[in-house]
Write a protein that binds this ligand. Structure first.
Ligand SMILES: Nc1nc2c(ncn2[C@@H]2O[C@H](COP(=O)(O)OP(=O)(O)OP(=O)(O)O)[C@@H](O)[C@H]2O)c(=O)[nH]1
Ligand SMILES: [Mg+2]
Length: 630
């Protein structure tokens, strides 16, 4: 056995603690606190959808393994993510025993809902600790819970925790040490849960509540007051629309200064290299390939961070489930459940987490349709493409004195994605067969101010993901593209720039046959190919292609003025329409394969999106040609 294998074997011997509880009670916050991990924490049910493992050491020096699990209301699982939780506690996962200790995390402000699961888990007979979490919020709201009495009633250790405060996990760590030596028991079969009926369980919950908590009346609480406005039948949707609209305005207006700074930085490095290096292949690789390519993607970091800033704030303050609630009627109209809202919203970051979040949807057909339309939501990788074309072609002026036209167009593109998603959902529901619309059962968590730490970490994670993409996949593709665009070089007596005769040029010209009807020239066609790997690569690829297409001694200046000068407006609009559907993202297709278990759906997805993209671009191009009289 090698050292690494020995360590692995030793780790698998460690006692396993599983964090279990209702959705949104703070399991992941506690997990992060115990392990120093940075798993996603947000204020809505269904954030965690996978089993995550970590390690920590107790104050007395004992190492533990710890599991973070998707939240569940009950162990009789209804959704794929709840099934993961059920199987882990019951020891039903292949090659895995039930956990040595179950830490049942409950939201102290919502014991009535949370205790049912505690009683169910208790019937499995595993060693348990109850973590009474969010006691800080409970105290503020005047909720008093007698922890000792609760421990007595439940027959287990009860500790108070505040998962979002430093040291808020200490009491739990001490309780784990106090359980030493652990007696290992296997979980009883799941049928043990049904030995007591749901009604009897509820009666027991009420009895315990009466014994341990004060009979508080949470009247006039702030969350309800806010909801009176936010969920108002008329005001609610208006507020939602205004909010979304402001986000897109901000993406353009706030980003200007930092974007100009990055642009200037990239440009000055390029000028320095051009001035100080002899003309040659290496200079071309550095200036046209790497700076022209990866540099032109990097510029979009501020816009991406601004978009995520808003998404993170909305996620953490508790607004998302309200938006789901407001849109439930609308989504019901096309046969989707309000449950699909959060997976679809996550898809604005990237379709992949969105598709995975569809695990929280109970009905398999609803889930499938949600997965199939998730890539129509505008993912953040499309933002650079949109932003580039908008900045180059849409004048930077105000509409009606208060909105920027560029922000308005961006907003329109996002709406176009949403509207087509609804259309496709409607059509698919018809084809896959409709089912009865279930009423939306969604917990509306209490509002709270976003935790600055969550926000900062979330933005940092996003920046890291983006920069890593720029530094790895995008950079690699740019170098490859530079190579393909540089060789074999121009023949004697060439009339075009050398890239025209290169391998990439030949490919681009071959593809041009297919794409001329929608207005794409061979340079755009070249950029579409590496865009298959990641959409924002298309921007980098245009950067490299146009930098290499420059003739004479013009300096490779930034991409935006170049495309503004060389494309006609109909071409630009057609490319925007193409990217609303943008059928090209390999990683999305492979995740769809994994989540649905067959290649049928990813194939269907690629096919329908390509058809939509082509049709939309064709129509856009032709109409724009007519209108501009070209
Ligand atoms: N004030 C306060 N907020 C908390 C506490 N624990 C968690 N939160 C907040 O509660 C929300 C939910 O926390 P998560 O850790 O994501 O909850 P979860 O149980 O993992 O949720 P799911 O993954 O959806 O099952 C977040 O907004 C946290 O910041 C606490 O002890 N006090
Ligand atoms: Mg979680």
């Amino acid at each position: 056995m090698g050292a690494a294998e020995k360590t692995m074997a030793a780790v698998s011997q460690l006692p396993m603690v599983a964090l279990l509880g209702n959705p949104n009670c703070g399991k992941t916050a506690l997990f992060n606190r115990l392990t120093g991990a940075r798993q996603k924490v947000a204020n809505y049910a269904g954030v965690t959808i996978e089993r995550k493992e970590g390690m920590f050491t107790s104050p007395e020096g004992r190492p533990f393994r710890v599991l973070d699990l998707p939240g569940a209301y009950s162990l009789s699982a209804h959704t794929p993510d709840e099934a993961i939780t059920r199987d882990v506690v019951a020891g039903l996962r292949a090659g895995e025993q039930s956990p040595d200790v179950v830490v049942c995390v409950v939201d102290a402000t919502n014991l009535r809902l949370n205790l049912r699961l505690v009683l169910e888990i208790k019937r499995l007979g595993l060693p348990m600790v109850l973590a009474l979490n969010m006691v800080d919020v409970a105290a503020k709201r005047g909720i008093v819970i007698d922890a000792d009495r609760l421990a007595e009633e439940l027959g287990m250790t009860v500790v108070e925790t505040v998962a979002v405060q430093g040291g808020g996990e200490k009491s739990l760590l001490r309780a784990l040490d106090a359980m030493w030596p652990l007696r290992t028991v296997a979980a009883k079969p799941l049928s043990a849960i049904d030995e007591v009926s749901v009604e009897d369980t509820q009666r027991e919950v009420r009895r315990i509540l009466a014994a341990v908590s004060n009979d508080f009346h949470d009247t006039g609480n702030l969350t309800e007051k806010i909801d009176d406005v936010v969920l108002h039948p008329v005001l609610g949707p208006v507020i939602l629309a205004v909010l979304m609209f402001l986000v897109f305005q901000a993406v353009f207006s706030w980003a200007n200064v930092p974007m100009d700074m990055i642009k200037a930085g990239v440009d000055s490095v390029g000028q320095y290299l051009t001035a100080h290096m002899g003309e040659g292949l290496l200079r071309s690789l550095l200036v046209e390939g790497i700076l022209g390519g990866a540099g032109s993607v990097l510029v979009f970091l501020p816009q991406i961070l601004i978009l995520f800033f808003f998404i993170l704030v909305l996620e953490d303050c508790g607004y998302l489930p309200r938006a789901a609630f407001l849109l439930d009627r609308l989504m019901g109209g096309v046969g989707l459940s309000g449950r699909a809202f959060i997976p679809l919203l996550s898809s604005f970051a990237c379709a992949i987490p969105g598709i995975m979040a569809a695990r929280t949807i109970q009905n398999p057909r609803d889930r499938l349709v949600t997965i199939m339309i998730a890539p129509l939501m505008t993912c953040s990788a499309r933002l650079p493409v949109y932003a580039l074309i908008i900045a180059a072609f849409i004048p930077d002026r105000q509409v009606a004195g208060l909105m920027s036209l560029q922000g308005l167009v961006l907003f329109g593109l996002y709406v176009a994605g949403i509207v087509s998603a609804m259309g496709v959902a409607y059509f698919m529901k018809r084809t896959f067969g409709a089912n009865h619309q279930q009423p939306l059962m969604l917990e509306l968590p209490a509002y709270h101010w976003p935790h600055l730490r969550n926000l900062a970490l979330g933005l940092w994670e996003r920046a890291k993901i983006f920069l890593t993409r720029v530094g790895t996949i995008i950079l690699t593709l740019m170098v490859l593209l530079w190579f393909l665009s540089t060789f074999p070089g121009a023949p004697a007596g060439a009339t075009h720039p050398p890239i025209y005769y290169s391998m990439a040029g030949m490919l681009g010209r071959a593809l041009e046959v297919v794409f001329t009807p929608i207005g794409f020239n061979w340079q755009i066609c070249i950029a579409l190919v590496p865009g298959l790997a990641a959409r924002e690569v298309a921007v980098g690829a245009l950067g490299t292609v146009y930098a290499l297409s420059q003739t004479g001694e013009e300096l490779a200046s930034s991409l935006e003025p170049i495309i503004a000068a060389s494309w006609a407006l109909p071409t630009a609009l057609s490319l925007l329409a193409w990217y609303v559907f943008a059928p090209q993202c390999m990683s999305t297709l492979s995740v769809v394969r994994r989540e649905t278990g067959t290649w049928r759906y990813p194939a269907l997805m690629a096919g329908y999106m390509f058809a939509l993209a082509y049709t939309a671009s064709f129509l856009t191009y032709r109409i724009a040609l007519l209108l501009t009289g070209a």
